[in-house]
Design a binder for this molecule. Structure first.
Ligand code: GSH
Length: 214
């Protein structure tokens, strides 16, 4: 079995480096650079998958995209009972909710808010819409994280990896101000040795100059 992770600099694919490092699974990393002007991925990534988006995981002859799906696949296949409750186990529903809510509902408004300055801002109605969504979603996550160390149960799971990325983007875009439970959670996650390994291996998640976290 050969695992190859296609990683785009300043991106969500850091999530998968982090998980693979936490798991201690062997993998090959292929780094892809962003176009320095557009900050988008380039042809080398589109050659791997038609969407040209990272992460892309290739396991033998199988190619998988979508960071949440990749996390679930890796946890099920190599997790050995760690990193997330299995079907029928306590916390499974909450685990799936957070795995999917982070990418399905939270990521887009948070990322668009981060990137708004790159586009010279959006229209007032759009900014108001995004502001409302960000407040609702981060507020919900902040309430959930009050008094908790991890998103689900009492151990680190794939849902922590998924949530940390969006909270890190929110922090980079100065969106975390009143959400102290999320700020503290982010600090704790960033202190994890394998998070630090992932950053060392794949580089920072957000590019300050380019606001390139999409
Ligand atoms: N929902 C997808 C989003 C994938 C995605 O948009 N990846 C960004 C990096 S964070 C990307 O590759 N952007 C480059 C581009 O679209 O040109 C996931 O979770 O994997």
């Amino acid at each position: 079995m050969t695992i190859t992770l296609h990683h785009l600099r300043y991106s969500r694919s850091t999530r998968i480096i982090w998980l693979l490092e936490e798991m201690g699974v062997d993998y090959e990393l292929v780094q892809h650079d962003r176009n320095p002007e557009t900050h988008r991925a380039q042809d080398d990534l589109a050659a791997i998958h038609p969407l040209g988006k990272a992460p892309v995981l290739v396991v033998d002859d199988k190619t998988i995209v979508e960071s949440g799906a990749i996390i679930e696949y890796l946890v099920e296949t190599y997790g050995e009972g760690r990193f997330g409750p299995a079907p029928g186990e306590e916390g499974r529903g909450a685990y799936l909710q957070w795995m999917h809510m982070v990418e399905g509902s939270m990521a887009m408004p948070v990322i668009l808010t981060l990137l708004s300055p790159r586009f010279g801002g959006f229209s007032d109605p759009m900014e108001a819409f995004l502001g409302g969504e960000v407040a609702k979603l981060l507020g919900y996550a902040n309430d959930h994280m009050q008094g908790r160390d991890f998103v689900v149960g009492d151990s680190f799971t794939g849902a922590d990896i998924n949530l940390t990325y969006v909270v890190e983007i929110a922090n980079a875009g100065s969106m975390l101000g009143r959400y102290s439970a999320l700020s503290e959670y982010l600090k704790r996650m960033m202190e994890r040795p394998h998070y630090k390994n992932a950053i060392e291996i794949g580089g920072p998640v957000v590019s300050g100059a380019a606001r390139g976290g999409d």
